[in-house]
Design a protein around this ligand. Structure first.
Ligand SMILES: NC(=O)c1ccc[n+]([C@@H]2O[C@H](COP(=O)([O-])OP(=O)(O)OC[C@H]3O[C@@H](n4cnc5c(N)ncnc54)[C@H](O)[C@@H]3O)[C@@H](O)[C@H]2O)c1
Length: 339
């Protein structure tokens, strides 16, 4: 397999980190970096010894590359990804995919037309413990899928009032996880949220989302006030439950004893512990996927990113209206806007 040649757009905290990772990860090669802030582009380019640019167009025309990794702030994801796809480049896009489902859909369609691969950096999917949790949980015939994380007060760039900022930006990973476990689109979404309860920045600071999949319910919640509160990743099913613990997945089943009493059978399935981020695995996987292993799980494709964006729109609408919002309604509005 050839090393996939990447240009990086956005040399802030995340982009610089992933650019650095690309120089150490087999299967990928960093060939150029770009940032509208030339100081940042220069710093990363010089450190990693690749050409650097202030202008994305210049990077595209002057350096040969197979793929573009985009880590700009979210409102620039769409325009940069669109341009890269039109140039025939594969795209690895940071979360959340775009600022709207409509933009996300346009990227899905464009990537298909141009025959390029598009994926979202939902790297939680690449932790062995999440993969094992999903596998065991699916065997349990899920009834309830819970994903909750609490970041504490988020860094300044996220403390903004837009629907895609604040705690929503953080919990987009959890929404993707629940959709990934459920393996289908929710029928409807109900969301409650607060703003200005924890910070006075107008950012959404707590969020609780119920996803109705028909026979399964998803629950995603978190808060900037949740410092110290442990994450919860649990699947409760007809045949038992599975939850992530520090060194693997705790599994509880129950069996009916001959005396007619339900007994709990408890087990721990240990998994490889990954202390670092799993973005290196995601990069390697993306490279393999682009080069022919198209079906290889667990990457989050543009289609998966679009599904999450539909849910994000439903969350916003539900919180504003106080009503449950059906995904069909969101999709109908989307197709009406696109015709
Ligand atoms: N997957 C993860 O776990 C994870 C973690 C952190 C951040 N992120 C995502 O990564 C992205 C960047 O986050 P960050 O914390 O590095 O933000 P940041 O603000 O530190 O960096 C963004 C950079 O993009 C540059 N930029 C903006 N528009 C541009 C354009 N059109 N062309 C070139 N450069 C442009 C800015 O100058 C800035 O340097 C966001 O989408 C964020 O949600 C993902």
């Amino acid at each position: 397999m050839e090393a996939l040649r990447f240009g990086v757009v956005g040399c802030g905290g995340r982009g610089a980190g992933v650019a650095h990772l690309m120089t150490q990860t087999p299967g990928v090669r960093l060939v150029a970096v770009c940032d509208v802030d030339e100081t940042k582009a220069k710093q990363v380019g010089e450190q990693l010894q690749v050409p650097f640019f202030r202008n994305f167009e210049e990077m595209l025309t002057q350096v040969e590359m197979d793929a573009v990794y985009i880590a700009t702030s979210v409102e620039h994801h769409f325009s940069v990804a669109r341009r890269a796809i039109l140039e025939g480049k594969h795209v690895l896009l940071e979360k959340m995919m775009t600022t709207s489902a409509s933009e996300a859909w346009e990227l899905v369609r464009l990537a298909e037309v141009r025959g390029v691969c598009g994926a979202i950096s939902y790297q939680l999917r690449f932790y062995p413990v999440f993969q094992k949790w999903r596998e065991i949980g699916q065997d349990m015939q899920p009834l309830l899928i819970i994903s909750s994380r609490n970041p504490g007060i988020m860094p300044a760039p996220y403390l903004r009032p837009e629907p895609w900022a604040g705690i929503t930006d953080f919990l987009t990973h959890d929404l993707d996880l629940v959709l990934w476990v459920a393996g289908k689109e929710p029928e409807s979404v109900f969301a409650t949220a607060t703003r200005n309860a924890i910070t006075s920045t107008n950012a959404l600071d707590t969020l609780c989302v119920t996803l109705n999949f028909g026979d399964v319910t998803g629950l995603v919640y978190g808060s900037m006030g949740g410092w110290g509160i442990p994450s919860v990743h649990a699947i409760i099913g007809r045949k038992g439950n599975a939850r992530i613990v520090s060194n693997g997945v705790e599994v509880n089943r129950w069996s009916l004893s001959p005396s007619g009493i339900y007994e709990r059978v408890n087990d721990l399935v240990s998994t490889e512990i990954v202390r670092a981020d799993t973005t290196d695995r995601l990069l390697q996987h993306f490279s393999a996927w682009v080069q022919g292993e198209r079906e290889a799980p667990p990457i989050a494709t543009f289609e998966d990113g679009f599904e999450v964006m539909l849910v994000h729109e439903a969350i916003w609408e539900s919180w504003q209206s106080g009503q449950t919002v059906s995904l069909e309604t969101v999709k109908r509005k989307l197709s009406a806007a696109n015709t």
